[in-house]
Design a protein around this ligand. Structure first.
Ligand code: UDP
Length: 598
């Protein structure tokens, strides 16, 4: 698979070998996996160490790594050396699984393996300082530097053990990055060997992930750790490794100080805050304590690592850029990555129950309710008979409330404000507000009409182009048995006709008035006329009549669920595209506010 004279990779042979290696690596843990799971289920007793599971997972990892590589790539020295080092790691790890080696013994054995690796030629003779093209000879420092590097990488992988099911996914992502970096632009002569090793490791890790071991033991961790360390050294991928292994090292190894902690977790009310001087904990422990489930925490680390891998590859690809430009790219990429990490951690954490009914979302008082709660409030408003105003607040409305004083006062004075859209729910969560469900204008209108049919409430439809309100009324009457629509009127009347429209509504005396003029026009209009209208409930519902009447198609369910309704509407109606500018603004406003609330 490698040309002996030039050291270059032979594409077809290598592809075949790597494919086969991947297959064996993938299948081996899968064959052992079910047995492990069964053993784990049977032997799952509290306090009992699942030794059998650890040993089996370690064995399967070592077989998956060694067999394809030694059978097909054994003639390449770098490859056989790396495999040997990984196997040594696996064996020591297995001894630890079985006997529980004391910490000192583990360290001595790890150092011994690193020494063997260096003697086998897995060493760095020179280093390239980050972001430069100049090489520095290490001379007599080569041995300790190489050993330290190998141990650091192996340790980073072993750290992943702290979160169940983290290792295999992380190693798969990282190995793929190493393989890509080595194969595409690897600077050293043995880069192709590193590429082949990396791809095989992807197979090993993907296999372990697929086999879904309840827990990988020391053996699998040590084997994978030393294998990865060897790959980085053979392929001269130290800068790449530095970036992509940052996640396990920082997140799982370094106790988080109060400051970082406070920035990430202190924002928002109702979250536990860490008082100065309290015990420090690791990032993943903190994530889980503040409401993230362990699988979500693992997913977050996968995403963070995948992102860093992409950044590392991008940096490898843009070799020709100056040092400063690279540093700039890195700084921007890391800031964006941190912001997204922070937001995802907040969005995914389980909201804590809070007593407050209304929560301040950038000046908009969001109600802490789901659809059922919103319907109950509407019932209450109808029973009270006095005029009430309901606002469904989407992302543009939240931004608008920041800039438009009049609009903000109207929204603040509303009797109920719901989160209309996934974006609002997400950003509320980033602020630490326990909003769980979106209640959009259209969904609320449909649910209210169903309830109105059951409870004999009457409704009035005001807004949209001529003919649309009537058509929407017909659709609603057919969908909601018992619904009484006491009036429908388009929304393109002149200022002279306005009083007549208000009077018509008041005389029809509906229980609920739906106003579809689009925001902020509908909210301003409702506020201005609420007293004269004398309706118990007035709600602005934007373009809902158009959708009900079939003039505008609603996004498919999966897009609604994924929070992509805005994208669908923007694509169908390109005139709405400029409105999307509010989304980055909302994210920015939310991040600033989250930090400010600290
Ligand atoms: N509309 C209206 N009178 C006006 C302006 C607009 O009745 O003077 C209607 C328009 O026909 C459309 C709705 O208001 O049915 C606005 O829908 P859009 O989707 O733009 O509102 P959004 O849901 O974005 O607030």
């Amino acid at each position: 698979m490698l040309d002996a004279s030039t050291g270059h990779i032979r594409p077809i042979g290598t592809a075949a070998v790597v494919g086969l290696a991947f297959l064996i690596a993938f299948v081996t843990p899968n064959l052992v996996g079910p047995r492990i799971r069964r053993a784990a289920r049977q032997g799952a007793q509290p306090g009992l160490r699942p030794r059998g599971q650890w040993v089996l997972s370690g064995l399967s990892t070592m077989i998956a790594l060694a067999v394809p590589l030694l059978v097909f790539g054994g003639e390449e020295r770098a490859i056989s050396a790396a495999v040997l080092v990984a196997l040594l790691g696996g064996v020591v790890g297995m001894a630890n699984d079985l006997l529980g080696l004391p910490r000192l013994v583990q360290i001595v054995l790890a150092v011994a393996i690193a020494w063997v690796a260096v003697s086998l030629g897995i060493a760095m003779g020179e280093i390239k300082p980050p972001f430069t093209t100049r090489m520095i000879e290490l001379g007599s420092w080569s041995v300790p530097a190489s050993m330290a590097w190998l141990l650091a990488i192996a340790y980073a992988v072993v750290l992943c053990r702290r979160l169940p099911r983290l290792t295999a996914g992380l190693v798969a992502i990282i190995s793929l990055t190493f393989a890509a970096a080595a194969l595409i632009v690897g600077p050293s002569r043995s880069a192709p060997a590193a590429g082949v090793l990396g791809l095989t490791m992807v197979g090993v890790a993907a296999g372990a992930l697929r086999a879904d071991y309840p827990e990988l033991g020391s053996s699998a961790h040590w084997a994978m750790g030393f294998a990865l360390g060897a790959i980085t050294m053979i392929g001269m991928l130290k800068n790449t490794a530095f970036l992509v292994l940052g996640v396990p090292l920082l997140a799982l190894g370094v106790p988080v100080g109060e400051t970082t902690y406070a920035i990430i977790y202190g924002a928002g009310k109702g979250r536990p805050r860490l008082a100065l001087g309290q015990r420090r904990e690791l990032l993943h422990e903190a994530l889980i304590r503040t409401g993230l489930t362990p699988p979500r925490a693992v997913l977050l680390f996968y995403l963070a690592t995948a992102y860093l891998c992409a950044v590392a590859l991008a940096l490898v690809l843009v070799v020709r850029v100056t040092f400063l430009a690279k540093l700039g790219i890195l700084a921007v990429a890391l800031s964006v990555g941190f912001a997204v990490f922070f937001m995802l951690a907040r969005i995914w954490s389980q909201p804590r129950e809070e007593a407050e009914e209304r929560m301040d979302m950038l000046g908009v008082p969001l109600a802490r309710i789901d659809m059922e709660g919103a319907l109950a409030r509407v019932d209450q408003f109808v029973a009270e008979r006095s005029p009430h105003m309901v606002v469904t607040s989407d992302s543009p409305s939240i931004v608008r409330a920041r800039n438009d004083q009049e609009y903000q006062e109207i929204v603040r004075g509303a009797d109920m404000v719901t989160a209309d859209g996934r974006g609002v729910v997400w950003m509320a969560r980033v602020l630490g507000l326990p909003v769980t469900e979106r209640v959009s204008g259209l969904d609320l209108m449909e649910s209210i009409c169903k309830r109105a049919g059951e409870r004999m409430y009457s409704v009035y439809l005001l807004g949209a182009r001529p003919g649309v309100a009537e058509e929407a009324a017909r659709v609603l009457e057919s969908r909601c048995p018992g619904l009484r629509v006491v009036g429908a009127q388009h929304g393109y009347f002149t200022p002279e006709e306005e009083q007549g429209v208000v009077r018509a509504v008041a005389e029809a005396a509906p229980d609920i008035l739906f106003v579809a003029f689009g925001a902020p026009k509908q909210e301003k209009w409702i506020r201005q006329h609420l007293a004269e209208l004398r309706v118990p409930v007035a709600i602005g519902v934007g373009g809902s009549f158009d959708v009900l009447a079939g003039r505008v198609r609603r996004a498919p369910r999966w897009m609604q669920r994924a929070g992509l309704e805005w994208l669908y509407r923007a694509v169908r109606e390109p005139s709405r595209l400029p409105r999307l500018w509010v989304l980055p603004r909302l994210v920015w406003m939310t991040l600033r506010e989250a930090l400010r609330r600290r």
